[in-house]
Design a binder for this molecule. Structure first.
Ligand code: FES
Ligand SMILES: [Fe+2]
Length: 450
């Protein structure tokens, strides 16, 4: 008897495996959390002080003595490479009278001297000198007493430094989940990527409006018309997954999705939806391909062509993409790491958005935008870009690397104004927006826990 042919389909790569949907209700998300100082205070006491927070890139601390500050809510944390193999975090506050030890920013130091009365700390935060220490402190010589700036937990992951104010919190690895850690590791961020853009933009809205804005694709057809001819924003085409407190969608890029029908194509000046669009042509060109004039196929059949070209181009450039599956070469793997990190990940670059609350005002936030690029062998490392501070509407939007970011940002103030209206009670979310629902559900779990 002949052996039967193996007709089983190839295993689904781990990064593409569907996760279980957590149970969620369907209620309105009440708007008060975007407005209330009491809710903001609860968030600070019960959530921000208990979670792992991305502080900055490890590549900013190459030498012993390099440091940068991380401002979050009312706190400032000083991150410093205290030894060749050690990065430490401590509260950025002098133990004498409470002055901030270092202003916001970065630098290099052999020790930290508080500018007020010149108490001096070593890189581990231990007080090593203080004027008149030996005779004018009847309660005890502050140096001899072993005064030290309180430490903050600090761990690194794939070239990113995280801190946590809670000594009881799980490790960063447990917090991120094994799945997320493995998925992100496949890109080789830790070894192959460097930051090349670093902005902070002050937005006049609550920080959760920033988070919500990037946790759904429902708005694509609403405000990003130029993306419609080269991507799929439909719920069926955009798998949503959940990993512990975090979530992900995969935004399919390369060819248009099902919304791109003849009517939409004609409304954009095409003969029909088969034609190669401007967006697809741009992608082909990026990989050195020119669509043949006699191309008879459907534009959507070009996806495998693009994936193949992307892999070949990466190989020519010497980029190590051996850990990536085909979809990772084209699509935007879009992760949200609770509570405030949005990641748009492509094979050769990624965007990191960090949504920070304003120190005092629930109706303001700081939106950080960092871009990291893959450093190709022999190409050298791009210089560390200076950090740029902007305010919404000051003209920086024309310098975004993609127009979609300006379109997203333009919603921030209008959303917050709407939240203040008596005519609005809360968010009435679509199923495809359930990453927003999960984010608020996880937040509720934190703020309800004393
Ligand atoms: S407050 Fe820092 S030395 Fe006095
Ligand atoms: Fe958007």
């Amino acid at each position: 008897m002949a052996a039967s042919a193996d007709v089983s389909s190839p295993p689904i790569p781990a990064i593409l495996r569907k996760t279980a949907e957590p149970l969620m209700d369907f209620g309105l998300i009440p708007k008060e959390r975007y407005l209330s100082a009491e809710f903001m205070d609860l968030e600070w006491q019960r959530m921000w002080r208990r979670v792992w927070l991305y502080a900055g890139p490890l590549s900013d601390l190459p030498e012993v003595g390099d440091y940068f500050t991380f401002e979050i809510g009312p706190e400032s944390v000083l991150l410093v490479r205290s030894a060749a193999d050690k990065v430490q975090a401590m509260y950025n506050v002098c133990q004498h009278r409470g002055r901030r030890i270092r202003p916001d920013g970065c630098g290099h130091a052999r020790s930290f001297t508080c500018p007020y009365h010149r108490w001096r700390y070593d890189l581990k935060g231990r007080l090593i000198a203080a004027p008149d220490a030996g005779f004018d402190f009847p309660q005890g010589d502050p140096v001899a007493c072993g005064i030290r700036v309180p430490q903050v937990r600090c761990e690194t992951f794939e070239g990113l430094v995280f801190v946590n104010f809670d000594n009881e919190a799980p490790s960063l690895a447990d917090y991120l989940t094994r799945e997320v850690a493995e998925h992100l590791h496949s890109y080789r961020w830790g070894s192959d990527f460097r930051i090349n853009l670093d902005w902070t933009v002050a937005w006049p809205c609550n920080w959760k409006i920033g988070v919500d804005s990037f946790n759904e694709l429902y708005h694509l057809q609403g405000i990003h018309p130029e993306l419609m001819d080269m991507s799929d924003d439909t719920p069926a085409g955009c798998p949503v997954d959940f990993f512990g407190q975090h979530s992900r969608f995969i935004y399919r890029v390369g060819v248009p999705g099902p919304r791109w029908d003849d009517a939409m194509a004609r409304s954009r000046g095409y003969r029909d939806s088969n034609q190669i669009t401007r967006g697809v042509r741009m992608m082909l060109k990026a990989y050195g391909l020119e669509p043949q004039p006699d191309w008879e196929g459907h534009v959507k059949e070009l996806r495998p062509v693009l994936i193949r070209a992307a892999r070949e181009r990466a190989a020519q450039q010497g980029a190590d993409i051996s850990g990536l599956v085909d979809d990772q070469l084209l699509d935007d793997f879009h992760y949200f790491l609770f509570p405030n990190i949005t990641l748009n990940i492509s094979a050769h670059h990624f965007w990191l958005f960090r949504h920070r609350p304003h120190p005092r005002d629930p109706q303001r936030m700081l939106w950080d935008f960092q871009q990291f690029v893959r450093v190709r062998p022999g190409q050298g490392t791009p210089p560390r870009p200076p950090h740029q501070d902007y305010v919404l509407g000051d003209g920086h939007e024309s310098r975004f690397p993609h127009i979609a970011l300006a379109q997203d940002e333009a919603q921030a103030e209008e959303l917050q104004r709407g939240m203040r209206s008596a005519g609005f009670k809360g968010l009435y979310l679509a199923h495809q927006e359930r990453r927003i629902r999960w984010f608020h559900r996880v937040l509720d779990d934190y703020v309800s826990r004393p």
